[in-house]
Design a protein around this ligand. Structure first.
Ligand code: H2U
Ligand code: ZN
Length: 345
């Protein structure tokens, strides 16, 4: 009989329909806890050269207000533009292209240059969640916008350009690739079962309790059965809500608590500010009802063995399929063992 803790196998990602490869025999024991002597992070509370700090100037010459919680502005180097003309290009069905319109925004999470999400108070994180919800509503009021991607790149290893805590929002006129995949998978499931895919998946994960990291009144954080990155996790709402717009005050407060606990556990693994790309996946907007869509948030952190040794998604992963050594269950155990008090105190 196949032993999933010991022998190579494939696991199916229910949200994309794609498979990942798990090779547990390559690292039977998770190699955890190495703490390196990195240069201490001595960021000041205010950096006069930071384009996100209150009162400072940005690339386009505008000055940030003296904001107190979080602050949002249109990205001065937006990847998508609102006034791009509509157009299509097709040559013999071999060269195919079409225009894409969008609005890109940057959100500073805090006026404090020296903090990160896990180091912020729950109330301050709640203010970020409130702003995400407001921005979602404002952007969705544009009928031509079909999808709103809210995300955060954290750490220079993830291409983040500034340590000041911040995230981004890209709203656009068509559905991005990952959303197309997850839409199709969730729709098929909903049509067959009359319940959302993640509703049933989370119920089963709660029953098994092998990969659950955080479990509170309104959210769970877990290592998905099909996680590809070493410490990949997902936050899922317990109620099948299709977008952030549907969250109540209580749910938003619980989301803030969940974010704080999960990111604190991350930082504690290697006693470092844990880098990641994280973001919400939610229903498309201005495209009718989407009862099949279940709001969730993915965390894709690259670290594997220490504050500097990352997992490389190269070779086989680029050419064939994502592969991992430590199992999702081992990663979940490591995360569960961490304190919920930040190592910096
Ligand atoms: P990242 O650190 O995740 O790259 O996000 C920072 C964004 O901030 C980046 O997309 C924008 C960059 O275009 N930016 C401004 O909008 N104004 C500035 O003055 C500098 C950077
Ligand atoms: Zn700053």
């Amino acid at each position: 009989m196949l032993d999933f803790a010991e022998q190579p196998h494939k696991r199916k990602n229910l949200l994309t329909g794609e498979y990942i490869l798990v090779s547990p025999h390559r690292s039977k024991r998770p190699w955890q806890g190495q703490v390196e002597d990195l240069a201490p992070d001595n960021r000041p509370e205010y950096d006069p050269k930071c384009y996100l700090c209150p009162g400072n100037s940005r690339a386009d010459g505008t000055q940030n207000p003296p904001y107190k919680d979080s602050f949002v502005f249109v990205n001065d180097f937006s990847a998508l533009l609102e006034d791009t003309p509509t157009g299509q290009f097709n040559e013999e069905n071999l060269l195919v292209a079409e225009s894409e319109r969008g609005i890109c925004k940057v959100i500073s999470f805090s006026p404090r240059h020296d903090l990160t999400l896990p180091e912020m108070e729950v109330d301050a994180i709640k203010a970020v969640v409130d702003l995400w919800q407001q921005e979602f509503e404002t952007l969705a009021a544009n009928e031509w916008i079909k999808y709103i991607q809210i995300f955060e790149n954290k750490g220079s290893i993830m291409g983040c350009s500034n340590p000041h805590p911040h995230g981004q929002i890209w709203a656009e006129s068509s559905l991005p690739v990952e959303i197309e995949k997850e839409s199709a998978q969730q729709k098929t499931y909903f049509e067959q079962h009359g319940r959302t895919l993640l509703q049933d998946y989370v119920a089963l994960e709660l029953k098994k309790n092998e990969r659950i990291i955080v479990d509170n009144a309104h959210f769970v954080a877990l290592v998905p059965f099909w996680a590809a990155w070493p410490y990949e996790t997902m936050i899922v709402s317990k109620r099948p809500v299709s977008t952030i717009q549907g969250f109540t005050e209580e749910e938003k407060a619980d989301l803030a608590r969940t974010l704080k606990e999960l990111t604190t556990r991350y930082d504690n693994i290697f006693k470092t500010s844990f880098p990641y790309s994280a973001g919400m996946h939610q229903a498309p907007v201005n495209t009718g009802e989407h009862p099949e869509w279940h709001w969730h948030m993915h965390f894709y952190p690259p670290l594997l063995r220490s504050a500097t040794v990352k997992k490389f998604m190269v070779g086989y992963e680029m050419l064939a399929t994502p592969q991992r050594d430590i199992t999702p269950e081992q990663a979940a155990n490591t995360l569960k063992q961490q304190s919920t008090i930040h190592y910096k105190g």
